[in-house]
Design a protein around this ligand. Structure first.
Ligand code: MRU
Length: 367
């Protein structure tokens, strides 16, 4: 998508310097910093420290990390070690494991001297696939937005609430939850997006930055505003992303998503999840019991980062000194609260049959 009129992806390969270039998301929305990721350690740090973040982008970055590892040492031992090293960076988004498994399984049968080139080609393919998956999610989601727009008085915007950042910056391009929004806006449908702040790391500010760059009308709201907005008929639909969706349709996403789903159910607001197929974990049924939830540093809760009056990006403490904090980064929304899943192959109910109906070959392979 575009920043100041220029098209960007959230990562790209610099063949001359033999490095991956990323937009360092720790500085957004205040500063656009492009950073090279060169060594295997850099790749792990970029994922763990959330310079790159968002389930699909983590997966694509990890694939380039495997390419780096194979260029350094294409042995079997190095392949397994890189897989383990990168898997250990973040536990919840399943795209990480999906991409690493896919790379290991494709590279293992090859002679070592062919692995480096094949790994780089595979990383490019994973990145391109992500773009196409998200574009298609947008096409399917657009139909839902169009239907709501058709039922509203002419000129009244469709009001969409979203949580976290499931935007182009969380993927290679388009975003998942934002892809239908961008496509609806480009199709001339009037929209108004409620952007949840998404404490503690304020990924909503990334969403606001993206929407603003694309000209989509929006307002930034605190995380606790959603229920109130829904009670007053100010939300027509919720669309969120997902970090891992189980084979029965339970959705693990950024902390606070579950509360939005409860409020949506109580107020008869449809709750949609934009779901790329690599985010389905076919090995897991019960999301609450089985998905590992990342616990991040307390400092993310006790401090907030923003732009200070002198223009510098600064971090300030919001709690009394010595106050402890807990920081579970994700929660699970049970399938029963999800109106439908928007995938690259179409829209389905959040049920085992719904997912297996759209992805029969993946469901069978996991049996
Ligand atoms: O901790 P983050 O910022 O990586 O979490 C990201 C999210 O929870 C997104 O909503 C999710 O990955 C869907 S992104 C397309």
């Amino acid at each position: 998508m575009k920043i100041d009129g220029r098209h960007y992806r959230s990562l790209w390969w610099n063949a001359t310097a033999d490095v991956l270039e990323i937009i360092d998301q720790r500085w957004l929305p205040h500063e656009l910093r492009i950073q090279p990721v060169a060594t295997l350690q850099d790749f792990a740090d970029a994922i763990r420290e959330m310079r790159v973040r968002g389930a699909p982008l983590i997966g694509a970055t990890a694939a380039y990390g495997m390419a780096r590892a194979m260029a350094d040492d294409p042995s079997d031992q190095a392949l397994d070690a890189a897989h383990r090293f990168l898997s250990d960076t973040r536990p919840t988004a399943v795209n990480l494991r999906w991409a690493l498994d896919r790379c290991r399984d494709a590279l293992r049968p090859l002679p070592p001297d062919r692995r480096a080139a094949a790994a780089l080609e595979l990383a490019h393919a994973i990145a391109e696939e992500d773009v196409e998956i998200n574009r298609r999610i947008g096409e399917h989601g657009l139909k839902l937005i169009r239907d709501i727009a058709a039922r509203k008085p002419a000129g009244e915007p469709v009001r969409i609430l979203t949580h976290c950042n499931a935007g182009w910056i969380a993927t290679v391009d388009w975003g998942t939850a934002t892809s239908p929004i961008y496509q609806a806006h480009d199709a001339g449908i009037a929209l108004h997006v409620w952007v949840d702040e998404t404490r503690p790391r304020n990924q909503g500010a990334l969403t606001a930055w993206e929407l603003g760059s694309h000209g989509v009308p929006h307002a930034y709201v605190v995380d606790n505003a959603g229920g109130h907005l829904m009670q007053h008929g100010l939300v027509d639909m919720v669309i969120v992303g997902t970090d891992r969706t189980t084979r029965r349709g339970d959705v693990c996403n950024k902390i606070g998503t579950y509360l939005k789903a409860l409020a949506a159910r109580d107020n008869g607001v449809p709750f949609y999840v934009a779901l790329p197929s690599p985010t389905i974990d076919w090995t897991v049924a019960d999301g609450v019991a089985e998905i590992p939830i990342e616990e991040r540093a307390a400092a993310e809760v006790t401090h907030v980062q923003g732009r200070a009056a002198d223009g510098r990006v600064a971090s300030v403490q919001v709690t009394p000194r010595g106050t402890g904090a807990a920081n579970p980064a994700f929660d699970v929304t049970p399938a029963r609260l999800v109106t439908a899943l928007i995938t690259e192959r179409g829209i389905c109910p959040a049920t085992p049959e719904g997912l297996a109906g759209l992805f029969p070959e993946l469901a069978r392979a996991a049996e």
